[in-house]
Design a protein around this ligand. Sequence first.
Ligand code: G3I
Length: 370
Amino acid sequence: MTRSRPGAQTPLTRRAVAAGLPLALATPALAQPLRLAALAQRAGLRYGTAIEPQTVESDPAFASLVLDQCDLITAENALKWNALRPDRDHFDFAAADRVAAFARRARAPMHGHTLVWHEAIPDWAIHQLRSGDPRALLVDHITTVVRRYAGRVVSWDVINEPVERNDRRPDGLRKSPWFEALGPGYLEIALRAAHAADPNARLAIADYGLEYDDIGWMVEKRGTMLDLLRGLKARGVPLHALALQGHLLGDHPPAFGAGLAAFLREVASLGLAIYVTELDVNDQNILGDIAQRDRVVADIYARFLRTVLAEPATQIVVTWGLSDRYTSKTDFAPRPDHAPVRPLPFDADLRPKPAARSLAAAFSGRTARG
Ligand code: G3I
């Protein structure tokens, strides 16, 4: 069998590229059975997805797809305050334990989401932050949760979405309930509590709106985030990664170029890893038939991952769901034409879409670059 020279374009590939498909999607070699986790591992990465326990418990075909494709599991909601904390004196780990049980079945570690966020906070906790001992509330929560999953949750979104420049603070911090109760020191309190509870866990700060070179507020947010990370590292606060959520825009041309690459290099220069923890493409405003929409989505995945995976410090890629059968964008970003949304790598029938091939090509491309 004559092997084509790496990179040689077959007639099929030439036609596909001429039709506007990125080369990565046009390469027949990627028509092989897909194993995203295996391709990621070869590239020195972990690939995984966010799940809800009820979907993998009630849908064996979907559970099999996750088991086949992923080797990192995130709880989409089960490790948030409103899932864990029915009241001040109790923890309800039932849903989180079900996600952990699936991760164990998958022989996959977990990425924990999230210990401190301005959303998903039960009303009683808001009251406690204002009238009780907010530091004890925060430290006790983090200590209890992180200790319980030590060894199974190998990395945490300790603080989610701490930056909000529209809150007009010089440091750009969001005036979250945690900030209002504890001041800017809440970040250090949370990170130190998480590290004390599980010294082996990798600790991340996660945020959205850092991805696009041509969206002004995102470029400004990158600078604010860098200042925040530099300050924490300068004070010796335990922090190991920046997590880009990666909620990409289907109706905004890809702009993941030199600016994003430079930002990631700056983050890595602080000794931090880069995580992509909520990757998806909002296709609610993409026009065209399904094939046309899927091509646009796949191209956005491909272009974003090309830049992000060129950064050696990038270690994990997690999509915010694996199949369009289960995506919160159905509720949160529905299409005006009421057609089903298609933000994820596999379709609602669990078949790989061009976006899945973009992921595969991005992982393979990183492996090829050594
Ligand atoms: O489980 C309850 C159910 O019992 C109840 O009947 C139903 C109706 O009220 O609500 C269900 O809980 C919902 C939960 O998703 C599970 O479906 C919550 O109301 C709803 O607010 C929650 O939304 C989640 C959202 O975060 C807020 O926590 C989305 O699923 C989840 O995809 C989204 O994920 C966030 C990340 O955590 C942070 N980054 C942005 C990302 C997307 O918004």
